[in-house]
Design a protein around this ligand. Structure first.
Ligand code: NDP
Ligand code: 2IT
Length: 446
């Protein structure tokens, strides 16, 4: 690391104490950017990176709500408006008890690079709450979403900031949030994405992140003369992203043998297919947050408290959450002959885990490139809303495939151009950075 980037990282840590995930995300991006600063001193002198690590705006608010028994609760709501150089702030909302300012800043920072890679005009943002949807009734979730939006509505808008879903925020929550926004503004606009299909949502948006991950992995395999046919695949998580990924792997002839939750993982050597894929939706809707029930229902093995990375597979798709794959897990995967790791979640691999993949020279794609299909189709939903014209499924899917191929090819070309061929992480970080950095230069001191 150069003195310049070291200084930036030291300052980020000093200014933002107790935000380890944010430090990790900045560290990972910064380490890719050394060759950029060597070639382009103009970014240094304009202090582009120093500006990019500081959110344009952070909104933190109280969310009071009442449960079904009449008891009052208070949670925290956040929206991080990170960067609007190339478009309105865009990014999901996460409802999970682990949500903190630091977690959302890491996600918003990643989102800036991801959105830049999609080829669409979207800036980066992220938001959410420490609200725990687990075990809550539909009415409680509705009241919570209404209270959350009663403050958030004044900060967002179809040309300003367009939130969507993430962990704990799916179609149901987007519906409640949209309904409240509409009442407050008396406007029907594309202010949120992931909407229901009858009221402005895009076809394929629910599947988009998972489909996109597999399209990206397919491109990586193709570049090495391989494909998904007959490949054994480990998937972690059992949520929206995992569900989309499982479907697409099956379609392409692969076999998914694991799913995981906070309680452990299931090993299904016959493959997660047919009614089992439908069952994933039930598992998630049950709000129990367990995959153990899958093992009981389909009579397969359950490994309590364990992650799925010890199983021998060809491809690994981490689709649950950040830092769910560490150096030990990475060693296991490599030892067992895994050829490709393609991230569905945001930052699921630790920095030490990534180093193991790099040393072993196996294919590795960072989430900001490989999971960009979700936000890309959100971008397409915004386009359809602006045109007031819905596109057929085939058109959205075809555009999604083109976008994932374009991100793949950009990562390959950029990593080569900056001296690290085959390194998708460097390619994604550099290409994502350059587009935003140039826009910031064009727009003056913003
Ligand atoms: P869901 O809420 O649908 O599913 C999340 C899954 O991850 C659940 O299985 C959840 O279980 C598990 N999980 C969440 N937190 C933890 C934790 N701390 N430890 C272990 N497991 C955990 O979310 P999504 O599928 O939408 O999101 C999954 C990942 O993909 C996240 O990293 C998200 O940021 C990323 N992503 C999502 C996109 C989207 O469009 N939805 C787009 C791009 C990336 P539990 O709730 O019980 O903890
Ligand atoms: O992490 C992500 O890219 C998302 N949760 C999707 C964001 C979006 O705006 O669709």
């Amino acid at each position: 690391m150069s003195d310049y980037t070291k200084k930036i990282l030291t300052e980020v840590k000093a200014k933002n104490p107790s935000e380890p995930e944010f430090h990790q995300a900045v560290d990972e991006v910064t380490s890719s950017l050394e060759p950029v600063f060597e070639k382009h001193p103009e970014y240094r002198s304009a202090k582009i990176l120093e500006r990019m690590v500081e959110p344009e705006r952070v909104i933190l608010f109280r969310v009071p709500w009442m449960d079904d028994r009449g008891e009052v609760h208070v949670n925290r709501g956040f929206r991080i408006e990170m960067n609007s150089a190339i478009g309105p702030y865009k990014g999901g909302l996460r409802f999970h008890p682990s949500v903190t300012l630091g977690i959302l800043k890491f996600l918003a920072f990643e989102q800036v690079f991801k959105n830049s890679l999609t080829t669409l005009p979207m800036g980066g943002g992220k938001g959410g709450s420490d609200f725990d949807p687990k075990g809550k009734s539909d009415n409680e979730v509705m009241r919570y979403c209404q209270s959350f939006m009663t403050e958030l509505f004044r900060h967002i808008g179809p040309d300003t900031d367009v939130p969507a879903g993430d962990i704990g925020v799916g179609a149901r929550e987007i519906g409640f949030l949209f309904g409240q926004y509409k009442r407050l503004k008396n406007e029907f606009t594309g202010v949120l994405t992931g909407k229901g299909i009858n009221w402005g949502g895009s076809l394929i948006r629910p599947e988009a992140t998972g489909f996109g991950v597999v399209y990206f992995a397919q491109e990586m395999l193709k570049a090495k003369g391989m494909n998904f046919d007959g490949k054994i695949v480990a998937v972690s998580g059992f949520g929206n992203v995992a569900w989309g990924a499982v479907q697409k792997v099956n379609e392409l002839g692969g076999k998914v043998v694991t799913l995981s939750g906070p309680d452990g993982f299931v090993y299904d050597p016959d493959g997660v297919k047919g009614e089992k894929v439908e069952y994933m939706l039930k598992l998630r809707a049950s709000a129990k947050d367990e995959v153990k029930d899958y093992a009981e229902k389909f009579k397969v093995e359950f490994f309590p408290g364990k992650r799925p990375w010890s199983i021998k597979v060809d491809v690994a798709l981490p689709c649950a959450t950040q830092n769910e794959l560490d150096a030990e897990d990475a060693k296991e995967l490599v030892k067992n002959g895994c050829q490709c790791v393609c991230e569905g979640a945001n930052m699921p691999t630790t920095i030490d885990g990534y180093k193991i993949f790099k040393e072993a020279k196996i294919l590795y794609a960072p989430g900001k490139a490989s999971n960009a299909g979700g936000v890309a189709v959100s971008g397409l939903e915004m386009t359809q809303n602006s045109m007031r014209l819905p596109w057929p499924k085939e058109e959205v899917d075809q555009r999604l495939q083109q976008i994932m191929k374009s991100i793949h090819d950009t990562c390959v070309a950029t990593s080569e151009r900056f001296g690290t061929p085959g390194n998708y992480l460097n390619g994604a970080n550099i290409a994502g950075f350059l587009k935003v950095a140039d826009a910031m230069l064009d727009q003056g001191l913003v």
